[in-house]
Design a protein around this ligand. Structure first.
Ligand code: AMP
Ligand code: MG
Length: 412
């Protein structure tokens, strides 16, 4: 398992994207700590309990339309209007033969009525309603329990709570929910050349982009974030940063310094301080990547180029975080198949994650590359809305061929 740093030059150690992801997921245990929170604070969090419907939803048969509640058996004969009911204001007497009640959407269907005649099909004459067609039994009625039967599983433990899930739970009257605690993630960037925003750059210096990308991606995943700043390419300082990060977080991410350059210390440090699982992935962008354990924390050493940082985060760190925060599978972003708007070039050997945009073609949705694909071209990723995945052995893809696409915007 622990690869010594002398192995660093050997490409035979490179893993495929799938192998790497499988190893990462296998070494990523879900959190067990839970906490109770109000539903209003649960967006983006993971449910830690199965939740059942304590009562049927809807609880009562109610009208799907504005119209008249009546008895189907009375056919097309006139009905005497004996009252009205609104949502929240039921009509409490039973409906007898030849009678009807004015009813609004969401109002409880009164006892005795088995059909709602929509108002467009009702003629009103002298306080009488004459149907223009035979009202069918059950028409325009939402039956009790149609959405959820009493006792049915509403949501499973491991569900990531988006707005629709919050609305479902609110509909059941559930005010407090048991959630997995938030995953604590500490991160820092490495590089003597990095400067903070607001500073003036000397020759060779650049602004630190990666921490802003990481902060955004981690915030969307609902993590508790610890930004440890920029660390110089100095083994002592890097070791101290790794130690500090591992002491405070469930997951630690560094960017840069993970390759085999003279100022790249991350893999070596990880080898001596913790354990390294592997460090090369057969993909483009983002070949050098360290994954391992630092004490109890999961560690990712992501490559320094911002495009590589983000692409490797989406392929490996995001699935790991989703699993660790207690979310159930699938942890990998969904892959669509879309036709290519134009040919794409590629050399055989590594899996490509080219930056793309969805375009509306003659036959429907297509995908196009954003142009320059080098891993330092951040404007390409900033204008992309998807990644186009080209298999390792492929040597390009012709126009019109179906390619695998991962949407970037749908990703939490
Ligand atoms: P490294 O992996 O440290 O060799 O870095 C690879 C490339 O990414 C170099 O050109 C670095 O200057 C650049 N880079 C590293 N970290 C960052 C960062 N935080 N923001 C922007 N560029 C970076
Ligand atoms: Mg560096």
């Amino acid at each position: 398992m622990a690869h010594c740093c002398s192995d660093i030059e050997h490409d035979s150690l490179a893993k495929s994207v799938e192998e790497a992801r499988a190893s990462i997921l296998a070494a990523s245990p879900a959190l067990i700590d839970t906490e109770i929170r109000h539903l209003g604070d649960a967006l983006g969090r993971v449910l830690a309990e199965d939740l059942l419907a304590a009562q049927p939803v809807p609880a009562w048969p109610n009208s799907a339309m504005d119209g008249y509640a009546l008895r189907s058996a009375d056919g097309e004969g006139p009905r005497r209007l004996i009252g009205h009911c609104f949502a929240g204001h039921p009509f409490t007497d039973p409906i007898g033969p030849g009678e009807c009640v004015r009813i609004m959407t969401g109002a409880v269907v009164p006892e005795g009525a088995d059909s709602v005649l929509i108002q467009e099909l009702a003629e009103i004459k002298d306080k009488q309603i004459i149907p223009r067609q035979h009202p069918q039994a059950g028409a325009n009625i939402r039956q009790a329990g149609e959405d959820l039967q009493a006792g049915a599983l509403a949501l499973q433990a491991g569900t990531l709570l988006h707005p629709a899930q919050l609305a479902l739970l609110a509909g059941l009257g559930i005010a407090e929910v048991k959630l997995f605690r938030r995953l604590r993630v500490a991160f820092f960037s490495t590089g003597d050349e990095l400067r903070p925003l607001g500073s003036t750059l000397a020759a060779g210096q650049i602004y630190d982009s990666n921490r802003y990308a990481l902060q955004g991606m981690l915030q969307r995943l609902g993590c508790e974030i610890y930004d440890l700043g920029r660390i110089e390419d100095d083994p002592k300082r890097l070791e101290a940063a790794l130690q500090q990060a591992a002491g405070m977080a469930d997951l630690v991410i560094s960017t840069g310094g993970v390759s085999v350059g003279d100022a790249d210390y991350i893999a070596e440090l990880l080898g001596s301080m913790g354990s390294i699982h592997f460090w090369k992935i057969n993909m483009k962008p983002g070949r050098p990547l360290a994954f391992g354990k630092l004490g109890a924390a999961t560690f990712f050493g992501l490559p320094g180029n911002p495009v590589s940082t983000m692409v490797t985060f989406y392929q490996f760190v995001r699935p790991c975080i989703l699993k660790r925060m207690g979310s159930h599978a699938p942890w990998t972003a969904p892959v669509l198949k879309l036709p290519l708007a134009h040919p794409l070039k590629k050399k055989p050997g590594r899996t490509d994650f080219q930056r793309g945009v969805l375009v509306s073609g003659e036959k429907g949705l297509e995908v196009a590359g954003v142009g320059q694909q080098a891993s330092h071209i951040m404007s390409g990723l900033a204008h992309a809305d998807c990644l186009i995945i080209l298999a390792a052995e492929a040597d390009g893809a012709p126009a019109g061929s179906l390619v695998e696409v991962q949407l970037l915007e749908g990703l939490v």
